[in-house]
Design a binder for this molecule. Structure first.
Ligand SMILES: [Zn+2]
Length: 156
């Protein structure tokens, strides 16, 4: 009984942290509303906020330098299989390069705190959400173990 209550409050706290971290991206959506669509969900933890800010600044610079990018839009930003996935509407090489670069950086960046991280997994969650890129501190805190499935895909 005690453990049940403890776990319920723990999950509630984790849920609150998750809600707070996703709310933290509203300034990004406001600042770059000319290319982040209003219904775009930014669904990842706050450790990747620097990656996203740098990404948006780079795209903003590109868009202001050339009118061919006027219709560029980002429609979804989320963590999937432990890394950052971004959906967008362009096949332009420069745009792809910027987004691929950010995607690759997420392989080595803790999603919680932004420190250097590696891909980890947890057996406690259902399959689709069991991967997360974490630093050692957060891996231990959330009881994730290190895996190395992504060798050759940008992970050291
Ligand atoms: Zn961390």
């Amino acid at each position: 009984m005690i453990w049940g209550g403890f776990l319920a409050s723990l999950f509630f706290c984790l849920y609150l942290l998750h809600v707070m971290s996703t709310l933290g991206f509203s300034h990004l959506k406001q600042k770059y509303s000319h290319f982040i669509t209003p219904d775009c969900q930014i669904d990842c933890d706050h450790g990747w906020s620097r990656l996203l800010e740098d990404l948006c600044a780079a795209i903003n610079l590109l868009m202001s330098s050339d009118p061919i990018y006027v219709n560029f839009r980002i429609s979804s930003i989320k963590q999937k299989f432990g890394v950052l996935m971004i959906e967008y509407n362009s096949s332009d090489e420069l745009i792809q390069e910027i987004i691929d670069f950010t995607h690759t950086l997420s392989y080595n960046t803790c999603e919680i705190c932004g420190q250097e991280g590696k891909l980890h997994a947890s057996l406690r969650w259902s399959k689709w959400s069991s991967y997360k890129t974490l630093c050692n501190t957060h891996a231990v805190r959330f009881r994730y173990y290190e895996i190395n499935l992504m060798k050759g895909k940008g992970v050291k």
